[in-house]
Design a protein. Structure first.
Length: 84
């Protein structure tokens, strides 16, 4: 299943992800800190979405109450809900 999410409160403007049976098959961010986000995408690819959510939820970026990794957890949560 392919899912697109519009993050809020961060520099990235879009998250595209693909889930298969609760496992992250691919993630791509539009905008944001390119190198850091490429690293995050590579690290979570192949991981169970629930494990990624557990590890990344609540991370803040500087003074912001959220971050791109935190927004990814919101995208994954929404995608998991749709996958059922």
């Amino acid at each position: 299943m392919t899912y697109t999410y519009s993050p809020t409160g961060v520099c990235s403007s879009r998250i595209d992800l693909e889930l298969e049976d609760g496992v992250i098959r691919s993630v791509a961010f539009t905008g944001g800190c390119n190198g850091n986000l490429q690293g995050i995408c590579r690290l979570v690819t192949g991981m169970k979405a629930k494990d990624a959510i557990h590890r990344l939820a609540g991370i803040q970026c500087g003074h912001k109450p959220t971050s791109c990794p935190d927004q990814l957890t919101k995208a994954l949560t929404a995608a998991l809900a749709e996958e059922k």
